[in-house]
Design a protein around this ligand. Structure first.
Ligand SMILES: [Zn+2]
Length: 43
């Protein structure tokens, strides 16, 4: 069962920005699901 869960996470697509659909860098995970461009617009 655990093997199946690992496979599930390995097959997840990269995170997409909820604003423009750009792929979101993992390091910005704490900001939610927005890319650099959309984050800058918020500031
Ligand atoms: Zn964006």
């Amino acid at each position: 069962m655990i093997d199946n869960i690992v496979e599930f996470f390995k097959n997840l697509p990269p995170k997409k920005c909820t604003e423009c659909g750009e792929t979101v860098s993992e390091q910005h995970e704490c900001y939610g699901t927005k890319c650099d461009k959309c984050l800058n617009e918020l500031i």
